[in-house]
Design a protein around this ligand. Structure first.
Ligand code: C5P
Length: 285
């Protein structure tokens, strides 16, 4: 049976400006999306019946205690919701066995479920000869969640609207990146709900790094109010030698830093790990 594996790279918001709350409850954003070299992985193979399994370091956070097996219920995950939408949209008769290798912490501001759903769509598209640029694929992604279209593109982009109107940008590929999570899951809806409603202005123009440095993450203050550990992570990254930019990603709690050298990233990663925090050290893709 044909099999394909897609990585679901961690999503980083280099900057995230919240402009206003919309009538539909979502918030109008301006954000710079970038992606890490590493993340989760989704393997899809055609099969006689649908099945879903979750493996990897953060599998237990997602699937009920399953008596030693990796099997997870088909319903209730963004991965299987993506598969259901793909099959319905493109009239696919096949069933699929899907395995999610969960390497990123859940509810952590670096895409996670959104990246997994997008990787599932890319894998199914490859398996069934659908172009990844197919507008119907983008529509499915936008229905699954605000960040899923950006994760589908999987490249540095400027996002407006809910974060799902996208313009591709020249990125910072190869820049040393460190992500640090203090081990606390934060609800995206709760953080947006705690935003103070003050529009602090649009993102400026300019080359990507300068533009990101001049920007902000407007969700950092409400996220820190919910999870004060975030401020400690930020302080460690801010003080690290060789740091180009340190900030919280998305609705947190993961913070990231870009470095001017691999040695500087290594040193900061060692200090963060010594605090008992989860770290991901790689580069921007
Ligand atoms: O679209 P998604 O399910 O990923 O969004 C999760 C929650 O984050 C939404 O229910 C909403 O509360 C909040 N959100 C928002 N504005 C956005 C994106 C997300 O308010 N642009």
């Amino acid at each position: 049976m044909p099999t394909t594996t897609e990585t679901a790279p961690a999503k980083i918001n280099l900057a995230l400006h919240v402009r206003h709350r919309r009538a539909d409850g979502y918030h109008e954003l301006e954000t710079l999306f970038a992606f890490a070299e590493h993340g989760d992985a989704v393997t899809v193979r055609t099969a006689d019946a649908d099945s879903f399994a979750i493996i990897g370091p953060f599998a237990a956070a997602l699937r009920p205690a399953a008596g030693g097996t990796d099997a997870a219920p088909w319903d209730g995950n963004l991965v299987t919701a993506a598969a259901d939408a793909f099959v319905a949209t493109f009239g696919i008769a096949a069933h699929h066995a899907i395995t999610l290798d969960k390497r990123l912490p859940i509810a952590s501001g670096i895409g996670g479920g959104s990246a997994d759903a997008a990787a599932t769509l890319r894998a199914l598209a490859r398996l069934h000869g659908v172009a990844v640029q197919d507008p119907a694929l983008h529509d499915i992604a936008a229905r699954l969640g605000a960040d899923v279209p950006a994760c589908l593109v999987n490249r540095t982009t400027f996002g407006t609207g809910r974060g799902d109107t996208l313009v591709e940008l020249d990125g910072l590929a190869g820049t040393p990146l460190l992500c640090v999570n203090p081990g606390v899951a934060v609800s995206t809806a709760a953080v947006f709900g705690a935003w103070d409603g003050i529009d602090r202005g649009p993102l400026g123009e300019g080359p990507l790094l300068e533009r990101a440095i001049a920007g902000r993450n407007d969700l950092e203050a409400p996220a820190c109010a919910i999870a004060p550990e975030i401020a400690r992570v930020r302080a460690l990254l801010d003080a690290a030698p060789g740091v180009l930019l340190a900030r919280m990603s998305g609705s947190g709690a993961t913070c990231f830093a870009l470095f001017d050298s691999i040695a500087a990233r290594y040193s900061a990663a060692t200090d963060a790990a010594a605090q008992g925090w989860w770290t991901l050290a790689c580069a921007l893709r």
